[in-house]
Write a protein that binds this ligand. Sequence first.
Ligand SMILES: Cc1ncc(C[n+]2csc(CCOP(=O)(O)OP(=O)(O)O)c2C)c(N)n1
Ligand SMILES: [Mg+2]
Length: 374
Amino acid sequence: MPIEVAYEAKIERLSILDQNGKLDEKLAKDTLTDKQVVQLYEHFSTCRHYDEVAFKLQRSGRMGTYPQNMGQEAAGAVALAAQKQDWMIPCYRENAALFLHGLPKENILLHWMGDERGNEIPDDVNMLPISIPIGTHMLHAAGIAWAMKLRGEKGVAFTFFGDGATSEGDFHEAMNFAGALNVPVVFICQNNGWAISTARSKQTASETFAQKALAYGIKTMQVDGNDIFAVYKAARDARKRAVKEHKPFFIETLTYRLGDHTTADDARRYRDADELESWKKKDPLIRMRKYLESKDLWNQSKQKKLEAKAKEDVSAIVKRAEGIEKPTIDDIFDYTFKELPIETRRQRDTLHTHSLGQFPEQETLQQTAAPAHA
Ligand SMILES: Cc1ncc(C[n+]2csc(CCOP(=O)(O)OP(=O)(O)O)c2C)c(N)n1
Ligand SMILES: [Mg+2]
């Protein structure tokens, strides 16, 4: 028997708008309209300001940890490719896409303020709450896509995760499931170069993250993740294919985390300053602005207006998040058990009359005890 080639593959990388704001007109054909680019620029700029404000809220003790999205806003273009019936199953660095798909902007602040109500998704928005465990939500995405396929619905599940998530078992399980069962899920791997302090070079020996999809029979490509045209086109085409053929698709976006991992991190301790500087030049917002200015669609006065509006909008969002009625401590009891066990009922009933850690009087115990037959 001769030696035959059992499998050969190539991974394409798509780039349409370069870092100088220059557009490849041919590839950009039938993608985003000027109006959409302006809308996205305004939206992403507002998200960038939101990010800065969230950082300050944490620093001033008004919020818990927060993971800045700065530099990765272009992934939000996925939401323009998505339809209302599609699902978003996110990680924690996709604010721009989630807001576009209908998540109220105060929800993310509430989440990081430790308020569970930040995870309440409006009924008419197909989205799961942000996932802090990395990779686990990819299985939920594959399951949602499978359900849509079984029900004959024309929807797609878009799920976002990072380069670090690809080292989790859940990543492989979700990919295997999606490939073997042919379900309409679009995997978006945001390769931002780092998983906290683990550099991409230490994460995997694989030349690309995209090629991991091939092992599961899933078509795949890389895109410039800071290029809205490339992100949009890849997501739109993946969606079309997913709906038509019920097939998954994998997109690796090449992007960069311009901030620290979270407010609990200091990336200067492990990251090269030159690397950061080189990626600042590839910032998605800078190239969008250059592009819009080159087409006379943007100028300094519009920029000023936008900055003022973003300030106003974000401060209203913070006001809404901080102004929400505080939960009472009774909520722990009212929403954890369907029927309170006797011990817990005792704790609830004595909560308002005793300081924490004190045992109630014996009479109180007897008063609150349930009948023996209950
Ligand atoms: C299952 C699980 N293991 C470990 C962690 C701790 N952890 C939080 S973020 C992170 C790195 C994630 O890196 P990546 O997937 O590249 O996403 P990025 O933060 O860069 O957006 C890790 C290991 C976690 N959240 N979940
Ligand atoms: Mg990462």
